[in-house]
Design a protein around this ligand. Structure first.
Ligand code: M6R
Length: 606
């Protein structure tokens, strides 16, 4: 939530900041702003709304002309989206941008008011800018160290001081921050895509490290003002990967990238036809030794965990508990030595998932991170990490991250089932080779999107709808429902089809469409019975099933046929029409697909 950037070099700083913020807008778009040195004075431009509003404002007012500054794109936490609450915050002496939450801001505010400061915004960030001002004595690093020692919460801060017009300062705790290293120019950013147009090299700033960045030098200090020497990281993503590449929206591009993303994620983990996790030391013996498996994640990543639970339990006969990270962290979970906790996260920065990781480690469980963003906090802090190789996912609605995550869930299930002796090596190889066929099936489905478009036209005017399914189809219906609600703003719920009669069927009328997912042949007839029940109460039904499924005439109002593979693997293919239905419904309703209201991609606050 919130993206921060900074630049010092020889280019027009405002242009660089706006370009970099554009790459971070997925982190929030309630307001945008920049602060740039112009004639050794800090010039601030900021306003409510998306970055385009800021660009238009600067076209009207004139954009700052300097070569050093900081920028921000906001997802509002404290204080409504407004011009006054937009970042940067500060005064003539200094200016700051902030990603995170200052938990003790109320206490700090009282203290600062007692010292004579008055506040103009409702943000927590303004307290930090005033605290920095209060302690400022001409020595920025000392000032930062004093200020952060009094701040509780999470922060990635970009700071400029008027007395140092050729430098940016940065510090972080529990919110991500990288320092991009270029030729005669340097950067700060909340995430790698923001710097890719200029450099692929960067430093990862660790907890409470303070960076002093000029155009030719980056000096990093720890909290005791000792210099820290760091290894330069290299991004393996190209600048193109963070562009729309001819697609109208990132979401559509990312949906199309799924076949490649799945191949790139699973292929390096196949050795002579068998899953191989030696990259993180996960041998058959270790894998088979875990007593219980927990999968902890949020949103779409949690739904990937639900698919994982069904597949791992089915194949490997090992109990799997799936938890929302926000619940896990406060319910004193019964995890401990001998258990494996798998944390799934695209960004690797989700606050609740990160805390779930810390709790699991404290309780003595082994932790495995399944993460897309290289070097992210969860990836670094877990005992073991396996990266998904989906490339940057920019659209707020997660698509390719989900299918690579579930592909890895299958790989784990195959390997665990083999390691525990539940399936033979031959069967394991068979599953792996079936999984390798899936990308081609997705490609096939993507070659004709008419069905999904038509289904979208049938539901676009609904106020509310239900997704139903059984077993793996139920796990998938949760993801279908989330995708639809987050970008179309149509209310939807996912129910296990067998649960309908226990309450939710009361919602059914001719105004409540139902999307029924029935890819699992063993429960197909059961789901069809549930479809009959909702149809007889007036619901219009869109049914998704395998292309060979035997479905009676008139069972559903509209049938989407999905290319067939082993039924266990069908959710990977079936995820795609669900994503497309959500996408086209949002388009038909005129919504901003990539930047849905109220959301941000990377939820770095609780
Ligand atoms: O970065 P993460 O995978 O940890 O993010 C978790 C959720 O915030 C995320 O999946 C969210 O639910 C997506 N917007 C759904 O499309």
């Amino acid at each position: 939530m919130c993206g921060i950037v900074g630049y010092v070099g020889k280019r027009n700083c405002a242009d660089v900041l706006v370009g970099s913020l554009r790459k971070l807008e997925y982190r929030g778009y309630d307001s945008a702003g920049i602060a740039v040195f112009e004639n050794n004075k800090i010039k601030v431009e900021k306003c409510q709304g998306k970055l385009d509003n800021l660009v238009a404002k600067m076209e009207r007012d004139g954009k700052p002309s300097g070569v050093c500054g900081i920028g921000h794109t906001r997802w509002a936490t404290h204080g409504e989206p407004s011009d006054i609450n937009s970042h940067p915050h500060g005064n003539k002496r200094l200016s700051i941008v902030h990603n995170g939450i200052i938990e003790n801001y109320a206490k700090l505010k009282i203290f600062l008011e007692e010292q004579g400061y008055s506040f103009v915004s409702q943000t927590d960030t303004e307290t930090v800018s005033k605290l920095l001002d209060y302690y400022y004595d001409g020595a920025p690093v000392d000032t930062i160290i004093r200020a952060i020692s009094e701040v509780e919460g999470s922060y990635a801060l970009g700071i400029i001081f008027r007395d140092f017009p050729d430098r940016i300062f940065a510090v972080r705790k529990d919110s991500p921050l990288i320092i991009g290293v270029g030729e005669g120019e340097n950067f700060i950013a909340s995430d790698v895509p923001a710097i890719l147009n200029y450099t692929k090299n960067y430093y990862l700033l660790e907890q409470d490290e303070i960076a002093v960045i000029s155009r030719d030098e980056v000096i990093i200090y720890d909290i005791h003002k000792e210099i820290v020497h760091k290894e330069l990281q290299t991004a393996d993503w190209d600048a193109d990967a963070a562009e729309k590449g001819g697609y109208e929206h990132f979401m559509l591009k990312e949906i199309h990238e799924q076949p490649t993303a799945i191949k790139t994620t699973i292929t390096p983990r196949i050795n002579e036809g068998m899953p191989d996790f030696s990259e993180c030391g996960l041998t058959d013996e270790i894998l088979a030794s875990y007593r219980n498996i927990y999968i902890v994640a949020c949103g779409t990543a949690m739904h990937a965990g639900m698919v994982g639970k069904y597949v791992i339990e089915k194949l490997a006969r090992t109990p799997v508990t799936v938890d929302m990270a926000s619940e896990f962290r406060y319910r004193d979970p019964i995890v401990g030595e001998g258990d494996l906790v798998i944390l799934i996260s695209q960004s690797g920065e989700t606050a609740d998932t990160k805390e779930a990781l810390n709790i699991s480690k404290r309780k003595g469980a082994k932790t495995l991170a399944l993460v897309n963003v290289k070097g992210s906090s969860i990836a670094r802090e877990a005992d073991m990490v396996m990266y998904t190789h989906a490339g940057p996912e920019i659209s707020v609605a997660s698509t390719k991250a989900f299918t690579v995550q579930i592909s890895m869930m299958y790989m784990l299930a195959f390997k665990l089932a083999y390691a525990k002796g539940v399936i033979t090596e031959e069967k394991c190889r068979e599953y792996v080779s079936e999984l390798l066929e899936v990308p081609a099936l997705i490609e096939k489905y993507l070659s004709d999107k008419n069905e999904a478009q038509y289904a979208a036209s049938r539901i676009m005017n609904a106020e509310s709808l239900l997704y139903i399914g059984r077993g793996l189809d139920y796990a998938l219906s949760m993801e279908g429902s989330l995708k639809l609600k987050e970008i179309s703003y149509i209310h939807s719920e996912a129910y296990a089809a067998g649960e309908l009669k226990h309450g939710p069927i009361a919602l059914i009328s001719d105004q409540t469409p139902v999307i029924a997912i029935a890819t699992q042949s063993d429960v197909l007839e059961k789901t069809v019975s549930n479809i009959e029940e909702v149809k007889s109460r007036g619901a219009k039904v869109v049914l998704m099933c395998g292309e060979n499924a035997q479905i009676g005439e008139g069972v559903a109002d509209y049938v989407i046929r999905i290319p067939e593979c082993d039924k266990l693997l069908m959710p990977i293919v079936a995820a795609v029409p669900l994503q497309l239905i959500a996408y086209y419904t949002a388009i038909l309703r005129g919504n901003d697909v990539d930047q849905p209201r109220n959301l941000a991609k990377s939820v770095t606050v609780e």
